[in-house]
Write a protein that binds this ligand. Sequence first.
Ligand code: HEC
Length: 153
Amino acid sequence: MFRSLTLALLVSSAVAAGVAYAQGPIAGEGAIQSRQAIMKSYGAAAKVGGGMAKGEIPYNPAVGMLVLATLNAGANSVGHFFPEDSQTGGDTEAAPKIWQDMQGFNEKIDELQGATEMALASQPADLDTFKAAFGDVAQNCKSCHEDYRIEKN
Ligand code: HEC
């Protein structure tokens, strides 16, 4: 269980990193797929991070850093994947508000970047430090989704 979660997280980090270095113009459905891949890596990372925070998975500092590094990598790249021509298409859950209020949306991304930088810098060696760092990052998820994501299911 623990090993497979770690593996899933490694794979999803690789996906996020690959996306960040993708070649070619960032447009349309490709952009939608890329940002969704980053958000899927977020889902996987948050599952492991949340599991450790709740005590369902034993805390491991290396895994803690991997969770925070995944979230940091995504925060540094996701902003590139919301071009004008990607407002609709695919099965995007991005809210039209993103393009009506790009400044507000970018501020949310800035907050996410700041929180993930701080969390990484705290290099959590124990569960309590991890919980604080992860909690500060995780509150950004809901805050952005409430305004800028329309969940379809
Ligand atoms: C700055 C805004 C923002 C933040 C912060 C954010 N998200 Fe998202 N998230 C989005 C948007 C926008 C979508 C919809 C993307 C699309 O479908 O085009 C999304 C979609 C998702 C999805 C669905 C992906 C899919 O297509 O299957 C998951 C899972 C997710 N987010 C998890 C998270 C988690 C966990 C966090 C916090 C660690 C987080 N998000 C933080 C904006 C954000």
